[in-house]
Design a protein around this ligand. Structure first.
Ligand code: ARG
Length: 456
């Protein structure tokens, strides 16, 4: 293979070639590299730097190269460093000097900044699509179990009765913000860096707006040095993925608790579990555990990209080649999780009787008693105190709240009325919570219908 710069008299030794190559991981940018090059050559023709015939010939040859890569025929070699050099080299091999005109007014620095942006736009669309599928599976699960009650937890202690659907819809909200964070991130990097050259722009009359338009960007970057040097958009993108991973990890943890014999709230389909190599009775929630575990990798990716960027002097430094490693890993890992999670949630069986049993402890309705006192005029702090004393009285007298007579209740709450004795029903407790965003059946139904409309 010919030396690619006449500046050098010696080719790099094999170890250096292997150390500096990125083709092993950046080949996945090929489609975007081809698209960027076709737009670039069309622009070069438009401003008269190359002929229209040259641009047409370049486009045809680039499409051929794209097909060769797709079919697996294309020869990749570490000697050609990266995807940009592979494609340019193949182009020149096909059409000679015409191909040699493509790189006019362009550096691999603005080229790679372009390719990653294009790649990330399509990755954002793919992740968002999968997030929508996950939301749909959760909405369906919530809808099929819309009358199921369960204890809501704080500090992993029974707190108050909630609808199971309300618990699940909490995650639908979280995943919605994850999708909107990605869209927001894209809106910030949706500008074409092409024309920034190595760092200083170009002496050639490049029409930057033209390439931006051809490639579907909102506009062009405003500073050539910023455009080739910064990777804040990758940091932001991976943090958005990391937040999603955190959410999915929490949902995994809930599922893992629910399917434990201690909770017994749910059961996963066999198709989403694995057994133990030793204990024949085991049915393990490995998919949820791995989804929880994979968040660690993504946090590693976030740490990697932040650390990679923090010490770099302006502008481009070769360190930046490493940006793709955590970027691709975070995207792949998120998509991996999303490829199994919706199916796992959709096929989960809910044990409503177990949940009902757990939610029937009258202590979960203690807040309702305090709020009844408030409605009767007592300041909340005093009401809270009275009900605390009532709960203590029950513990001391080995009685449950719903077993008390009115007289017994009046030992600690003289203001108690007969109606208070009917407060110890989880159904009533939930039904009484119909303010916006609360767990009341009317509210939850409204949210479910809203989500179904949004996602359809
Ligand atoms: N493979 C390189 C990267 O990913 C492309 C840019 C190389 N630029 C350079 N001046 N060596 O960053």
């Amino acid at each position: 293979m010919a030396l690619w710069s006449s500046r050098f008299e010696e080719a790099p030794v094999d170890a250096v070639r292997e150390f500096t190559e990125s083709i092993s991981f950046d080949k996945r940018l090929y489609k975007h590299d081809v698209a960027g090059s076709i737009a670039h050559s069309a622009m070069l023709a438009e401003v008269g730097i190359i002929t229209r015939d040259d641009a047409a010939e370049i486009a045809v040859a680039l499409r051929e190269i794209e097909k060769e890569i797709e079919s697996g025929e294309f020869p990749f070699s570490a000697e050609l460093e990266d995807i940009h050099m592979h494609i340019e080299n193949a182009l020149i091999a096909k059409i000679g000097d015409t191909g040699a005109r493509l790189h006019t007014g362009r550096s691999r620095n603005d080229q790679v900044a372009l390719d990653i942006r294009l790649y990330m736009k399509s990755a954002a669309a793919e992740i968002t699509g999968s997030l929508r599928a996950l939301q749909a599976s959760l909405i369906d699960l919530a809808d099929r179990n819309s009358d199921v009650l369960m204890p809501g937890f704080t500090h992993l202690q029974h707190a108050q009765p909630v609808l199971f659907a309300h618990h699940i819809l909490a995650y639908v909200e979280m995943f919605d913000r994850d999708a909107s964070r990605l869209a927001d991130c894209v809106s910030r990097f949706n500008a074409s860096p092409l024309g920034s050259g190595a760092l200083a722009g170009s002496t050639l009359p490049l029409d930057r707006a033209k390439t931006a338009e051809l490639l579907g960007f909102d506009g062009t970057t405003s500073n050539s040095m910023d455009a080739v040097a910064d990777r804040d958009f990758i940091c932001e993108f991976i943090s958005d993925i990391a937040i999603f991973a955190m959410h999915v990890s929490r949902l995994s943890e809930d599922v893992i608790l629910w399917v434990s014999s201690e909770f017994g709230f749910a059961e996963l389909s066999d198709a989403y579990c694995t057994g133990s190599s030793l204990m024949p009775q085991k049915k393990n929630p490995d998919v949820a555990e791995l989804a929880r575990g994979k968040s660690a990798r993504i946090y590693g990716d976030l740490t990697a990209i932040l650390t990679l960027c923090k010490g770099l002097p302006m502008t481009y430094n070769r360190d930046l080649q490493e940006d793709k490693v955590p970027l691709f890993d975070a995207i792949d890992t998120a998509l991996d999780v999303l490829s199994v999670f919706p199916g796992m949630m959709a096929t989960m069986t809910i044990h409503r009787e177990r949940m009902r049993e757990a939610v029937s402890d009258p202590a979960l309705m203690a807040t309702d008693v305090a709020e009844a006192l408030v409605k009767d005029g007592m300041p909340f702090r005093n009401a809270h105190h009275r009900v605390g004393a009532l709960v203590k009285w029950c513990a001391e007298n080995a009685k449950k709240l719903n077993e008390l007579t009115l007289e017994e209740m009046r030992e600690t709450i003289p203001e108690a009325r007969y109606e208070y004795m009917k407060l110890f029903s989880p159904d009533k407790s939930v039904a009484a919570r119909e303010i916006r965003g609360a767990t009341g059946p009317g509210e939850v139904r409204a949210r479910l219908d809203e989500w179904k409309r949004k996602l359809s």
